[in-house]
Design a protein around this ligand. Structure first.
Ligand SMILES: NC(=O)c1ccc[n+]([C@@H]2O[C@H](COP(=O)([O-])OP(=O)(O)OC[C@H]3O[C@@H](n4cnc5c(N)ncnc54)[C@H](OP(=O)(O)O)[C@@H]3O)[C@@H](O)[C@H]2O)c1
Length: 301
């Protein structure tokens, strides 16, 4: 029989955090403790919520001692990739030092840490990255996420890391991800300029929440690449979204990454080999069409 776990979920008000809490509540009986920076949970839920700044080492230690979780799932992060270039100290504290706080706190109770990382640890020159591919981050965000992975791997504590990319989906008061932003802009008949030279595999957040549940239930360790099953560029994604949501495709203008002058360099081609997650976690991730239809349904549109 499956053993029920006590799980501390950070970033519970974020896109992945909200979906993870929802999926665990629906599909399992594990006991979650939700936390984020804000005073309140985004929605009243089945689980208890309390505010916690994960960069506060003593507060993290205290909470882990008090709650005695079997697992910490870290869905919190400083996720503004361009912001990481300018806010280096703050973003390092959230993306790297906080993971070290979990490692220190976990030693008291032998807690397992499940962490979320990114395709931005790769340079995007070749694509087809598997879990053994050599990281070579181009941005400060990518360097931070790689440093957080390395801290976990060298810590000796039990851990799992999911690397993912271009997360989209719905949540209450979440930051606008690429799909929600497009729906907002195209829904108001605004023209959008979208790069047609950045390729990847957009990932519906529901698939990621399920991957986290499977890691918990199958007691998996190590690194897993989890992404949507379809590889395309951002412009193609926007066109597909316009088709599915019945927006005017003429509003979408293709441009090049160099036109954008973004602060952070991005990998241009970061496809994942997801065979390990498919075989060990039994995941069959959505393609873009199915993911967007699911999102449309969730939004009641
Ligand atoms: N979004 C993507 O496309 C993408 C791609 C690859 C990997 N990832 C990774 O996936 C994970 C989840 O991303 P997401 O899109 O769900 O992020 P998100 O919506 O930005 O959620 C992150 C949450 O962490 C919170 N947080 C920030 N600083 C904190 C602190 N010091 N203490 C406690 N909580 C803090 C944020 O609160 P505030 O909003 O108040 O700051 C937010 O609620 C992250 O590890 C991210 O790096 C994301």
């Amino acid at each position: 029989m499956e053993q029920l776990k006590r799980i501390l979920l950070t970033g519970a008000n974020g896109l992945l955090g909200q979906k993870t809490a929802e999926i665990f509540a629906k599909e399992s009986d594990h006991e979650l403790f939700l936390t984020d920076l804000a005073e309140r949970a985004e929605e009243p839920r089945k689980f208890k919520y309390f505010p916690l700044d994960i960069t506060n080492k003593e507060a993290v230690k205290e909470k882990v001692k008090e709650l005695n979780p079997d697992i910490i799932i870290n869905a919190a992060a400083y996720t503004n990739v361009d912001g990481c270039e300018t806010e280096r100290e703050l973003s390092w504290r959230v993306n790297v030092d906080a993971v070290k706080n979990f490692i220190i706190a976990s030693r008291y109770n032998s807690t397992k840490v499940i962490h979320v990382s990114t395709d931005y640890i790769f340079d995007g020159k070749t694509g087809n990255y598997d879990e053994q591919s050599r990281p070579s981050p181009k941005s400060f965000y990518g360097k931070e996420k790689l440093a957080s992975e390395n801290a976990l791997i060298s810590s000796g504590i039990e851990h799992a890391i999911i690397r993912t990319m271009i997360i989209y989906g719905n949540g209450k008061n979440v930051k606008r991800n690429f799909a929600l932003w497009l729906i907002d802009m195209l829904g108001k008949n605004h023209t959008v300029t979208i790069v047609d030279d950045q390729y990847g595999q957009p990932t519906m957040v529901d698939d990621l929440g399920l991957a986290l549940l499977r890691i918990v239930e199958r007691n998996k360790k190590g690194i897993y690449h989890v992404s949507g099953s379809e590889y395309l560029n951002r412009y193609e994604f926007a066109i597909r979204l316009a088709e599915i949501f019945d927006f005017d495709k003429e509003l979408i203008i293709p441009i090049k990454t160099t036109d954008l002058q973004q602060a952070a360099d991005r990998p241009m081609n970061s496809s994942f080999i997801t065979l390990k997650a498919e075989t060990e976690l039994g995941l069959k991730a959505l393609n873009v069409t199915d993911g967007l239809y699911m999102l449309k349904h969730q939004l009641g549109m």
